[in-house]
Design a protein around this ligand. Structure first.
Ligand SMILES: NC(=O)c1ccc[n+]([C@@H]2O[C@H](COP(=O)([O-])OP(=O)(O)OC[C@H]3O[C@@H](n4cnc5c(N)ncnc54)[C@H](OP(=O)(O)O)[C@@H]3O)[C@@H](O)[C@H]2O)c1
Length: 352
């Protein structure tokens, strides 16, 4: 079998672990190298404990270009800014890149400097990566050289509003949005704000109206047909290790009934069987999609009896490390390598 050769840079992070979980069992993939700064020379199973005894792969301290040499596709699984600096040393190579960081998702440098860092290491590259959301850009991803994998919140929230945007029903609205995330969304390195002592048994809002995925969501929805919309986004850290839920509310334009709205969504996601639009009476639950590539979407409409004003509540759930990160990167990898429907993590999650 002709194997696709793969390298991973940033090997000790949570998304690298999730990439390996999906790539290691595949017969059509050869993992060439995994580079690391913190765990040089250690077996993958000593760092990501679920791999102990399953692989001889070792984390190597090698420059990015050496790690990528001979690979068909390189996954970048590092923090932003570091990633862009690493990417700069790869652009001259004959390789394709799937970047999981936020460094190449945004088209507008002003958004990047406001939400990520005062300077972008290679601003001329903004807008040159294909945005890796298969539900919107599958055809472009197939031939893309560089793919920017979407953020976890961005995937969850945009997916819950995409059919509306596509239908032209998301015009001049403000989306009022609360979204909850598990702690693995903050990555492997503990900090004061996400340490177990302050996150477990606790719920707290952070980066209120100021989360870095806000411009990414707006960019995606506008590209899909949304008008001059605004997002009032309040992120919340929840006492979970994996999983997230977004709850979006907006004034519903037009005269959709709940049934019509569900049909609009179901029709849009019909080619994407891992996205479920739930029937009336069911609401999305994080545990139902944890450990899977699936997204559940719930839709409810309230009509105010006095004013007649109609409010839509769109709720979505996903596993931040899978559909919100590495699993979506594997979907993109599959599209790029012509294995569209293979290895798509079809299994149900664990219940409860
Ligand atoms: N966690 C999620 O749910 C999620 C979802 C979607 C996207 N993302 C994005 O995907 C990227 C990877 O996420 P992650 O959760 O895997 O991150 P992570 O757990 O923090 O891992 C990042 C890895 O990058 C490497 N690294 C290289 N330079 C570094 C530096 N200067 N500071 C810290 N680490 C450095 C480290 O590995 P070595 O020591 O082995 O080099 C580290 O383990 C991030 O940009 C993140 O924002 C995360």
């Amino acid at each position: 079998m002709n194997k696709t050769k793969v390298s991973i840079i940033g090997g000790s992070g949570y998304l690298a672990a999730e990439l390996l979980r999906h790539l290691l069992p595949r017969e059509d993939v050869e993992i060439l190298r995994i580079s690391s700064k913190d765990h040089i020379g250690r077996n993958i199973g000593a760092v990501h404990r679920s791999f102990w005894g399953l692989t001889d792969l070792v984390l190597e301290d090698i420059p990015p270009a050496e790690c990528a040499a001979g690979a068909d596709i390189v996954f970048l699984a590092m923090p932003h800014v570091t990633t862009a600096k690493v990417a700069m040393s790869l652009f001259d190579l004959d390789i394709r890149i799937i970047d999981l960081s936020g460094d190449f998702r945004l088209n507008d440098l002003r958004d990047y400097t406001r939400f990520y860092a005062p300077e972008h290491p290679c601003p001329e590259r903004l807008g040159t990566f294909t945005y890796g959301m298969p539900e919107l850009y599958a055809e472009q991803i197939k031939t893309a050289r560089y793919v920017a994998n979407p953020g976890c919140f961005a995937t969850c929230i945009a997916t819950s509003l995409l059919p509306l945007a596509r239908a032209g029903a998301l015009q001049a609205s403000t989306v009022r949005l609360v979204a909850l995330t598990g702690s693995s969304g903050s990555g492997v390195h503990p900090q004061a704000g996400n340490h177990h002592a302050v996150r477990s048994n606790n719920i707290k809002a952070y980066k209120v109206f100021n989360h870095q995925h806000t411009p990414e969501i707006l960019q995606t929805l506008k590209a899909a047909g949304a008008g001059d919309i605004a997002l009032d986004f309040v992120p919340v850290s929840a006492p979970l290790s994996r999983g997230m839920m977004s709850i979006s509310q907006l004034d519903l334009p037009g005269d959709y009934s709940e049934d019509q709205l569900r049909r609009l969504y179901s029709d849009y996601y019909q080619p994407f069987p891992l996205i479920s639009v739930l029937p009336e009476g069911m609401t999305p639950e994080v545990v139902a999609v944890k450990n899977t590539l699936r997204i559940e979407i719930g839709l409810d409409i309230k009509t105010d009896p006095g004013s007649g004003r109609r409010t839509l509540c769109a709720i979505a759930v996903l596993d931040n490390l899978i559909k919100g990160g590495a699993g979506q990167a594997i979907q993109n990898f599959n599209l790029m390598t012509g294995h569209e429907n293979a290895y798509l993590l079809q299994q149900p999650g664990m219940w409860p």
